[in-house]
Design a protein around this ligand. Structure first.
Ligand SMILES: N[C@@H](CCC(=O)N[C@@H](CS)C(=O)NCC(=O)O)C(=O)O
Length: 204
């Protein structure tokens, strides 16, 4: 299978999941601005909406949307323990967290990555909203759990880690969210995460 990715973006969550699950895969870098793949292909043929991640299966089918792809990867290797079994309440809890990361945390970064950045009162408003989402993540980690679903690393961590690590990129200081800060540092130390960062050409 092939993962279409752009370094450091949310596609990194799938990249991490593939490594943690031990699933053999190729990676194809996408130029998001030009909408082309590294071999000069038209990325719109993979995802007409132009965003990453996309996972192309060996039969040619393309799977989109990070929360769905992450669960697909987890289910390829149940023994890796990256998601509770389908049909259980624990699985729904994982989906709840994946959805929080996608539609609350990830999307709250949107204004800062838009071509026209928010300034003044708009920036303050966007920062306040992001801060509230980080408050929720801080509260989730407040019982001392090592990972968002408990003690074990799951695909929800692959995604939450990547998104939370963007705080530094936009100058959002995690000092007010020490458990999130420690969580990001902890996940960044995982051997597979370090491997993925290196493979994407990013410093650990
Ligand atoms: N709903 C999509 C969102 C993916 C997304 O936001 N991808 C960003 C990188 S983190 C992207 O490729 N942005 C470029 C664009 O939208 O043109 C998902 O969950 O996979």
């Amino acid at each position: 299978m092939k993962l279409y990715y752009s370094p450091g973006t949310c596609s990194q969550s799938v990249h991490i999941a593939l490594h943690e699950a031990g699933v053999e895969h190729d990676i194809v870098r996408v130029d998001l601005a030009a909408r082309t793949t590294e071999d000069g292909g038209d990325y719109a043929r993979i995802n007409p909406l132009g965003y990453v991640p996309a996972l192309e299966l060996d039969g040619g089918e393309v799977l989109l949307e990070a929360p769905a792809i992450l669960q697909f990867v987890a289910d390829l290797r149940p023994e890796a323990g990256l998601a509770p079994a389908n049909g259980t309440f624990e699985r729904v809890r994982l989906q709840e967290q994946l959805n929080f990361t996608a539609s609350e945390l990830h999307k709250s970064f949107g204004p800062f990555f838009a071509p026209v950045k928010p300034e003044g009162a708009l920036r303050a408003q966007a920062l306040a909203k992001l801060g509230k989402r980080f408050d929720a993540l801080e509260a989730r980690l407040s019982d001392g759990r090592a990972h968002v679903m408990g003690e074990s690393f799951t695909v929800a961590d692959a995604y939450t880690f990547v998104v939370a690590s963007w705080a530094g990129l936009i100058g959002f200081d995690l000092a007010q969210h020490p458990r999130v800060r420690d969580y990001v540092a902890r996940v960044a130390r995982r051997p597979h995460v370090r491997e993925v960062l290196a493979r994407e050409g990013l410093a650990a």
